[in-house]
Ligand binder design. Structure first.
Ligand code: DAH
Length: 367
């Protein structure tokens, strides 16, 4: 076999080796090393080119184009591989530095969002009364006349019904009419109808009266409290309310005044005021010579117990109803109740609470 006929085989082998090295090059540096080893001054292809000068004209005529073809193909293959490596590198980088523009902004709602003072106050109520052994009961905003008034010992046509500025729904064919509950006291009735004593609940929620000024809104919030057992008495009522005020207002001693009052569903009845001082900036608690009413309370009327199937000769109870908005305004110094329900984000960012600041007796209610 003469030299000229063995050369093309040799070239084919060399080209296969170089192709394998090119596709095996994992990055630009490795690829460049392959380029140098093939096309560099001392590269395998360059060395072959140098042999052309020593060839006979016939051999050169065959080998010249063959070598030039090889050199061109190797150059093209390296360029193609370089493009492929660059594309792979770009894809990897785009994956690694991916930005999902649909994600929430880095300052998340948990950081920027605020808990409404009413929700905060309710959470504080839960923490305090859970510690005193109370559970939470709930009832609907739309009530029957029977549960909102009659079973609470409001006789038909009694003037106390009118004082509630009730929102009534139209009368039904059977003569009954629904209403938006005017207080949380119907939840007392619902609880006593469904539960045997001993009972110890609080019932927070929305209440409605047709009234609107700086300290009244047509929708507001109350929290009801009810204790029924065989021994409950006024001393327990006073103790519970005093403990509550100390914990809620975060004061050592809550100076309170129990004023005789009247509610159809309690006997005796008290309105409870706390001591305060009115300053030009607002209200200071626990000092001063002024009193501010925060709740109504009393011993559950025997008629009410009997209306719920509880024997008034065996059981007695005490109850109270408190304005949540009112105590929130007092504690946090918010002067206008109507702002509570305006939905103004600036107001909320000023008076609202951070989402992770959960009130607890151990960790602090409001800091
Ligand atoms: N329901 C009364 C009101 O809204 C407040 C109240 C007073 C609730 C005495 C009670 C209570 O449970 O015993 O005006």
């Amino acid at each position: 076999m003469d030299a000229a006929s063995s050369q093309p085989d040799e070239l084919a082998t060399l080209e296969a080796e170089i192709d394998a090295a090119i596709s095996g090059a994992a990055d630009e540096a490795a690829l460049d090393a392959v380029r140098v080893s093939a096309l560099g001054k001392k590269g395998s292809v360059s060395e072959k080119m140098k042999t052309l000068g020593k060839m006979s004209p016939d051999e050169r005529q065959v080998m010249g184009p063959a070598l030039n073809g090889l050199k061109a193909r190797v150059g093209d293959a390296i360029a193609a591989r370089r493009d492929a490596l660059a594309a792979e590198a770009l894809t990897r980088r785009l994956e690694a530095e991916r930005v999902d523009v649909t994600l929430a902004p880095p300052k998340s709602a948990l950081v920027e969002g605020r808990v409404h003072p009413i929700s905060q106050t309710m959470d504080e109520l839960f923490a305090i009364f859970a510690d005193l052994g109370f559970s939470v009961a709930e009832g609907p905003d739309i009530e029957t006349d029977d549960l909102n008034f009659t079973k609470l010992n409001f006789p038909d046509g009694h003037p106390a019904r009118d004082e509630h500025d009730t929102f009534f729904f139209p009368q039904r064919e059977d003569g009954t009419r629904r209403l938006l509950r005017t207080h949380t006291s119907p939840v007392q009735i619902r609880t006593m109808l469904n539960q045997k004593p001993p009972i110890r609940i609080i019932a927070p929620g929305r209440t409605y009266r047709n009234d609107s000024d700086q300290t009244h809104t047509p929708m507001f919030h109350q929290v009801e409290g009810l204790v029924v057992d065989e021994t409950a008495h006024v001393g327990h009522l006073k103790w519970v309310l005093r403990e509550f005020c100390k914990a809620f207002f975060e004061v050592e001693d809550a100076s309170m005044r129990f004023r005789a009052s009247y509610f159809p569903f309690t006997e005796p009845s008290y309105e409870v005021d706390i001591r305060c001082r009115r300053t030009k900036d607002g209200i200071e608690l626990g000092a001063g010579d002024d009193w501010l009413e925060i709740l109504g309370s009393g011993m559950v009327h025997p008629n009410v117990l009997a209306n719920c199937g509880i024997d008034p000769d065996k059981y007695q109870g005490f109850a109270w109803g408190m304005g949540i908005d009112r105590i929130a305004m007092l504690k946090y110094g918010m002067p206008d109740l109507r702002a509570f329900f305006d939905g103004d984000a600036r107001w909320l960012s000023h008076y609202g609470f951070a989402a992770f600041d959960r009130p607890s007796l151990a960790g602090g209610l409001s800091k």
